[in-house]
Write a protein that binds this ligand. Structure first.
Ligand SMILES: C[S@@+](CC[C@H](N)C(=O)[O-])C[C@H]1O[C@@H](n2cnc3c(N)ncnc32)[C@H](O)[C@@H]1O
Length: 295
């Protein structure tokens, strides 16, 4: 694994005592499991495409990556965040791209990555950006694999896990032009719920939604967002048909929504959510894929 800081980011290695986890509710653990399980299932499809020479590299992108670790307020539970889980568990991926707008948070993640000592495969690239998430989407082409032969240069996954609604619709639209499956967390219980009835926040909500909200009802606006995603992605599962397996989703009603979308013509998302890939994983591991989580 080769760590490649981008666009002037100069990493600082922090000793363990100076790194801090993100303070979070236990629901975040459920969310992280759902994200990573999706990527692990999708990886089975991606690596198949790579094996038959249709695609050259498998890519994972997180525009809101966090420091690598999470801890509950009471300090009882500490768990790894999506970027660390991704580099440790997605063994067939070739390129990881992480971004956070806070340098000290990125330094925490950088230090964790260094400590993993995953240098046995230097061909795996980990690109680190420190800037606004929307700018990171604009800069993706700087680091995405380029076409050099008949194969598609890349396919893969994007996890959008924001704190608020700063991920603009134009960024979502830009991702739709790439061969990347999108998993997006909509923080319904915080920003959307708080702002949907606030007339002075309509521009803010509209920036995320890409148009004015049609109503001040949370469910209606979520349905509006899902409908818009369907105009740019072929497969979208969100809100009512949620990518979270039912037993996980119902633990956090009203807390957040995960939406998966895909524009991959080989129907990666469809294969996963119709159970084709899920069944394979279940069979090979011999344990239920969606076993109980302790949230
Ligand atoms: C919910 S956390 C990500 C957690 C991570 N997925 C995990 O599993 O640990 C969101 C991160 O986005 C960063 N962030 C917030 N607004 C941002 C923005 N506009 N651009 C880039 N990063 C941002 C925050 O610093 C925070 O670390």
């Amino acid at each position: 694994m080769t760590i490649l800081p981008q666009k002037g980011y100069t990493p600082t290695y922090l000793p363990k005592v100076q790194r801090y986890p993100r303070e979070n509710g236990l629901y975040a653990k459920t969310k992280i499991e759902a994200f990573i399980r999706y990527c692990r299932s999708a990886e089975n499809v991606f690596k198949g495409q790579k094996a038959i020479g249709k695609v050259r590299k498998i890519v994972h992108f997180e525009p809101f990556c966090g420091p690598g670790w999470n801890r509950t307020k009471d300090g009882v539970h500490t768990f790894e965040g999506t970027p660390l889980r991704a580099v440790k568990e997605l063994h067939h991926y070739d390129v990881f791209i992480f971004n956070d707008y806070d340098k000290s948070i990125m330094d925490c993640l950088y230090s964790e990555l260094v400590d993993l000592h995953l240098d046995q495969n230097p061909d795996v690239e980990v690109h680190l950006f420190v800037q606004d998430a929307n700018q990171a989407v604009k800069d993706l082409d700087l680091v995405l694999p380029k076409r050099i032969d008949k194969a598609f240069p890349f396919m893969g996954s994007v996890i959008v896990d924001p704190e608020d609604l700063w991920f603009s619709w134009s960024s979502t639209n830009q991702l739709a032009t790439k061969r990347l499956d999108l998993l997006e967390m909509v923080p319904t219980h915080i920003d959307l719920a708080r702002n949907i009835k606030n007339p002075s926040a309509q521009n803010y909500v509209g920036n995320w939604l890409g148009e004015a909200p049609v109503s001040d009802s949370l469910d209606t606006v979520l349905a509006q967002y899902e409908t818009k995603l369907k105009t740019i992605y072929k497969w979208v599962h969100g809100v009512s048909t949620n990518p979270l397996p039912e037993q996980e989703y119902i633990w956090v009603p009203g807390k957040y929504h995960l939406i998966s979308a895909s524009n991959c013509p080989n129907d990666v998302a469809k294969k996963i959510w119709t159970g084709e890939v899920r069944r394979t994983v279940k069979a090979t591991r011999g344990v239920p894929l969606f076993e109980g989580l302790d949230a």
